[in-house]
Write a protein that binds this ligand. Structure first.
Ligand code: SF4
Length: 81
């Protein structure tokens, strides 16, 4: 079995999961979902505060924000998706 191809694919998957939402949105500029995720991440995420960026965005108190109903929510799988 050729493990080099498996390792390269795994490294690519890990790299995609470790980039932040702003970087992810830049990889696919036509995605409205990724753009909203990036905007909310940039708006509220504080890495010195508790919780993942999704948990912090989900706890956003700004109900008057136009993106409030479309903000990303925390997933059971953590940071991904
Ligand atoms: S929904 Fe909250 S976190 Fe997202 S852009 Fe609006 S104010 Fe910022």
């Amino acid at each position: 079995m050729n493990f080099d191809s498996v390792k390269a694919n795994l490294n690519k998957q890990i790299a995609v999961k470790t980039i932040n939402p702003i970087q992810r949105a830049r990889l696919k500029p036509s995605s409205l979902r990724l753009a909203i995720n990036a905007q909310c991440y940039e708006c509220i995420y504080d890495k010195s505060d508790i919780g993942t960026w999704r948990q912090q965005v989900e706890a956003c108190p700004s109900v008057d924000c136009p993106l409030f109903c479309q903000r990303p929510k925390a997933t059971s799988q953590g940071e991904t998706s």
